[in-house]
Design a protein around this ligand. Structure first.
Ligand code: GDP
Ligand code: MG
Length: 468
């Protein structure tokens, strides 16, 4: 009898477990949709077979689509978060792999699975090796049939690092542009604080995407939801963790202020014009095991409680049935098979010969950025010269002041945040060097004259003293 009760209890618990928990089985995996090859800037390859499997599957092809993408620098926990998102999705939706599964009513936390279950899904880890290459989709598609008859397919997408200095800037820009074109929700994953360079980067990546996008005949904005997720948020006392704090923060950050330069104003206006909604979500530090332990397997028992709580707040905001954002083009919802047609078209456009405007925008933005940085660095040099010039008392010190001021200006140039590769930077550094040498050639003779005059006066004074 005891055995039968035990067996019933066991079978019941297995059923409940399977119906609620993430079922990331070995045959489910991330599939690469687009491959970007840095060696040849012209290559964006569409993985035809996997794309067709995903979008033309009979369970999917005729459904409206929701595509949630996450982008941002390497090793900032994107894939880790996405894998918890997968658990939330499996707990809430049927999938192509299990279309007849029963979905139980969820209580607040039971989407998350067992506390000691290792985290699976998109490859994630603390190593320095790049884990996500190009644009990856989860191979399972989530299905939602709304009570009013809408049929929706939900895709999750992981991308290679944006704002990431370890790969070619052209690749990064193309990855972000393409993922913005394909997705209906674009998450920008940022560590600790938004910086102006992030906004500028977004501006020119979306500008490139806009060139590629199908010509708009409606008044709709080209892109839909943009959400900044800030990890390891540093000022919870000012703006609290979660959605409300995040939105108050982003409103403040994007508000145009009197002291803003025209560039800061333009980038803010641009983003507001381009995305239908811009929101933000602030996340706490997840704890030492997640952030520091290289053998950590992702189990949630080792994550700080507060982090798990904010994940539980975050996922429904993006992915609950009532909050799904269906992908539109020119304001019109598109079906999965139509999205595939657009993706093919975008990829063709992105073979860079077809995208001269985009290339030139990229190059001219890069050029503008470095020109501004170079003139600021020259100013830093001249400031140092003017501060110490009056204290020069002999000819040796002229050269020394030049060398020291040059080092200060170069340090400023190197440390200022910028995008573009190191090679791009080297070209402009040489230009800066030339400008500083030119500036030296201008002030040196004046100072030499000045010292000569002082010396002349001093020797005159000595002569007079002697005569006296
Ligand atoms: P990705 O390259 O952005 O996809 O980063 P991964 O998801 O592969 O994670 C990189 C490392 O960051 C892993 O060791 C994670 O355990 C860790 N990590 C995940 N989330 C966070 C977070 O919110 N803060 C910190 N500091 N580390 C995190
Ligand atoms: Mg990753």
């Amino acid at each position: 009898m005891k055995f039968i009760i035990f067996l019933m209890f066991f079978l019941l618990s297995v059923r409940v477990k399977n119906s609620v928990h993430c079922i990331v089985t070995p045959e489910l995996e991330p599939v690469q949709l687009l491959d970007f090859t840095s060696n040849d800037n012209k290559t964006v390859t569409l993985n035809k077979a996997s794309v067709e499997n995903l979008f033309l599957n009979p369970l999917v092809s005729d459904r409206d689509v929701v595509v949630v993408s996450i982008a941002g620098a390497l090793r900032k926990g994107k894939s880790f978060l996405l894998n918890y998102m997968l658990r939330y999705m499996y707990a809430n939706y049927k999938t192509v792999s299990a279309p007849n599964r029963t979905i139980n009513e969820l209580t607040a936390r039971n989407w998350i699975g067992d506390s000691d279950e290792p985290l699976k899904g998109f490859s994630w880890k603390s190593s320095t090796k790049r884990e996500t290459v190009g644009i990856m989709f989860w191979s399972d598609v989530f299905l939602y049939d709304s009570p009013n008859g809408d049929k929706i397919a939900i895709f999750l997408m992981d991308t290679q690092g944006l704002f990431d200095h370890s790969s070619s800037p052209t690749d990064n820009i193309r990855i972000f542009s393409l993922s913005s074109l394909i997705s209906s929700v674009q998450i920008i994953n940022i560590y600790s604080m938004i910086e102006e360079s992030h906004l500028e980067y977004l501006q020119f990546a979306t500008e490139i995407a806009r060139f590629t996008a199908v010509e708009s005949e409606s008044n709709s904005k080209p892109f839909q939801k943009l959400m900044f997720i800030i990890r390891d948020w540093i000022s919870p006392e000012e703006y609290d963790y979660g959605y409300e704090g995040g939105n108050n923060f982003i409103k403040m950050y994007l508000r145009i202020k009197d002291f803003h330069t025209s560039e800061l104003k333009t980038v803010r206006e641009y983003l507001k014009r381009t995305f239908e909604s811009i929101t933000c979500f602030l996340m706490p530090y997840p704890g030492k095991s997640v952030a520091r332990n290289s053998s950590y397997d992702g189990r949630w028992s080792d994550i700080d409680e507060e982090f798990v709580d904010v994940m539980t707040e975050l996922f429904p905001i993006l992915l609950a049935p009532s909050n799904l954002t269906v992908k539109t083009v020119n304001g019109v919802p598109i079906k999965a098979y139509e999205l595939l047609i657009f993706i093919r078209q975008y990829v063709d456009m992105f073979k860079s010969e077809n995208l001269p405007e985009a290339k030139s925008i990229f190059e001219s933005t890069l050029d503008n950025q470095f020109q501004i940085l170079t003139s600021k660095s020259v100013e830093v040099y001249l400031e140092s010269i003017s501060t110490y010039q009056d204290h020069i008392s002999n000819f040796d010190e002229i050269g020394k002041l030049h060398e020291i001021s040059k080092a200060i200006a170069m340090k400023f140039f190197n440390e200022e945040k910028k995008f573009g590769s190191n090679e791009d930077g080297e070209v402009y550094k040489m230009q800066l060097d030339n400008k500083l040498e030119k500036a030296f050639a201008e002030w040196k003779p004046i100072t030499v004259d000045f010292l000569n005059k002082i010396e002349e006066e001093q020797s005159k004074a000595r002569e007079q003293k002697k005569l006296a």
